[in-house]
Write a protein that binds this ligand. Structure first.
Ligand SMILES: *[C@@H]1O[C@H](CO)[C@@H](O)[C@H](O)[C@H]1NC(C)=O
Ligand SMILES: *[C@@H]1O[C@H](CO)[C@@H](O)[C@H](O)[C@H]1NC(C)=O
Length: 339
C-alpha cells in the first residue's frame, strides 16, 4: 500500500518534463514554429519538445553569435527538425551503412584518381539539368535510397536527356534481400545492385514515397524508367579521385559524418567543424564543387545535396570544405552507377 501511494505521488509531482523550466519569452516563437511546421503534440509531450526546441534554439543562437565574430565559416538556423534531440536526429535520419571490407573474389570496379588529370575549377551539375528538386526523407532513415536515386537520376539524364525523379520507396521496399533495412538504414552500393539485378527502377511518380516500409515490394516492370548495369566505387579517402569522378561522371553518391548538432541545423556558408569525424553515417549526393573567396583567402567546397527538405541548409544543399582533410569523411564511401 505504501509503495502504491509512493508511485501515485511520484506521478503527480513529477509528470514528464515538469522539472523543466521553460523560457516564457519564447512562447510566441514556439507557437509560430509549431504553426509553420504543422506540429501537434500530446499535452504531456509538449513540455518536453518545447524544452528540446529551446535548447536547440539557444545553441543555434550561440553559434551564430560566434560566427558573427568570425569564429565559424557557416551559420545555423532553426528548422523543421528543431524538436528532436541529437540522439533522435541520428536515429531517424542517419541510415547509411558503410560498405563492409571487400572480400576477395568479389571485385568491384574502383575509380582511381590521377595526379596528372586536369579537371574544371568549378562544377555544378544542377545547372546542367542533372539534378531533381530536393526531397524529404521525413522520419525514415533511408538517406541511402535518396543518395542512390540522385546518382541514378544524373546517370539517366546523361543517357536520355530526360530528368526523371526516381523512386526511393522502390529501393526501400525491394532491396531487403541484398541486406538493406528500409527506414532503418542501408547501403548505397546495394541499392545500385538492386537496380542492376532487377533490370530497372520505377519513377517517383509511379512509386511514390511513403516514409515507411511495411507495404512490401510493388515494383512494376512495365513502367520502369531507370537502369544501371554496374557500379563503381571511388578510391576510398581520396578527395582528388572524388573531384575527378564528380567532374567527369556527374553526381556521385557520398557519405559523411552528420552526427553533429552543427550539421543538423546547418543553414549557410562553408561547413567545417572540428566535431566532424571520418566515421560516416549519412548518405548525400555530391553534385559539384567550387571555390569561394573571402577576406583574401580561397576556400574550396563540395556541393552536397541532402534529403531534409529545402528548409535545411542552402535550399537543401550544403557546401562542405573540400581538399582540407577529407572533411567529415566525404571521400570515404563514394560510389556511382554506370550504364
Ligand atoms: C553525357 O556524358 C558524356 C561523357 O561525359 C558527355 O560527353 C555528354 O555530353 C553527356 N550528355 C548529356 C546529355 O549531358
Ligand atoms: C534495363 O536493362 C534491361 C537488361 O539489360 C533491359 O532489358 C531493359 O530494357 C532496360 N530498361 C531500360 C528502361 O533501359
Amino acid at each position: 500500500m505504501g509503495l502504491f501511494f509512493m508511485a501515485v505521488v511520484t506521478l503527480l509531482v513529477f509528470p514528464r518534463g515538469s522539472s523543466i523550466t521553460l523560457n516564457r519569452a519564447l512562447e510566441g516563437a514556439w507557437k509560430g514554429w509549431k504553426e509553420i511546421h504543422s506540429k501537434e503534440y500530446l499535452e504531456e509531450e509538449e513540455v518536453f519538445r518545447r524544452a528540446v526546441w529551446e535548447k536547440n534554439l539557444q545553441r543555434i543562437e550561440q553559434h551564430n553569435l560566434e560566427a558573427a565574430l568570425g569564429k565559424h565559416s557557416f551559420q545555423l538556423a532553426m528548422n523543421h527538425l528543431g524538436d528532436l534531440t541529437d540522439e533522435e536526429f541520428n536515429q531517424m535520419l542517419n541510415g547509411f551503412h558503410p560498405n563492409p571490407v571487400q572480400r576477395q573474389g568479389k571485385e568491384v570496379a574502383v575509380f582511381q584518381g590521377s595526379t596528372d588529370w586536369d579537371v574544371p575549377k568549378e562544377v555544378d551539375w544542377r545547372t546542367k539539368g542533372y539534378v531533381t528538386p530536393v526531397k524529404n526523407q521525413g522520419h525514415c532513415g533511408a538517406c541511402w535510397a535518396f543518395s542512390a536515386t540522385g546518382a541514378l537520376e544524373g546517370l539517366l539524364f546523361n543517357k536520355t536527356g530526360k530528368l526523371v525523379a526516381l523512386s526511393e520507396q522502390n529501393l526501400i521496399d525491394c532491396s531487403w534481400k541484398l541486406g538493406n533495412h528500409g527506414c532503418r538504414g542501408g547501403y548505397i552500393t546495394r541499392a545500385f545492385q538492386y537496380v542492376r539485378d532487377n533490370g530497372g527502377i520505377n519513377s517517383e511518380q509511379d512509386y511514390p514515397y511513403l516514409e515507411k516500409e511495411e507495404l512490401g515490394c510493388r515494383y512494376n516492370a512495365q513502367v520502369r524508367v531507370g537502369n544501371c548495369t554496374s557500379l563503381v566505387q571511388v578510391q576510398a579517402g581520396s578527395e582528388v579521385a572524388l573531384e575527378q569522378a564528380v567532374a567527369t561522371v556527374g553526381p556521385v553518391s557520398v557519405a559523411v559524418d552528420a552526427r553533429s548538432f552543427l550539421f543538423h541545423f546547418y543553414k549557410s556558408g562553408v561547413f567545417a567543424s572540428s566535431w566532424c569525424s571520418h566515421w560516416v553515417n549519412h548518405a548525400m549526393l555530391a553534385v559539384g564543387y567550387g571555390t569561394v573567396q573571402e577576406d583574401g583567402t580561397n576556400t574550396d567546397y563540395w556541393i552536397l545535396k541532402n534529403s531534409w527538405t529545402e528548409n535545411w541548409g542552402e535550399q537543401g544543399y550544403m557546401r562542405l570544405v573540400k581538399g582540407f582533410d577529407n572533411h567529415c569523411g566525404v571521400a570515404n564511401q563514394a560510389s556511382y552507377p554506370t550504364l
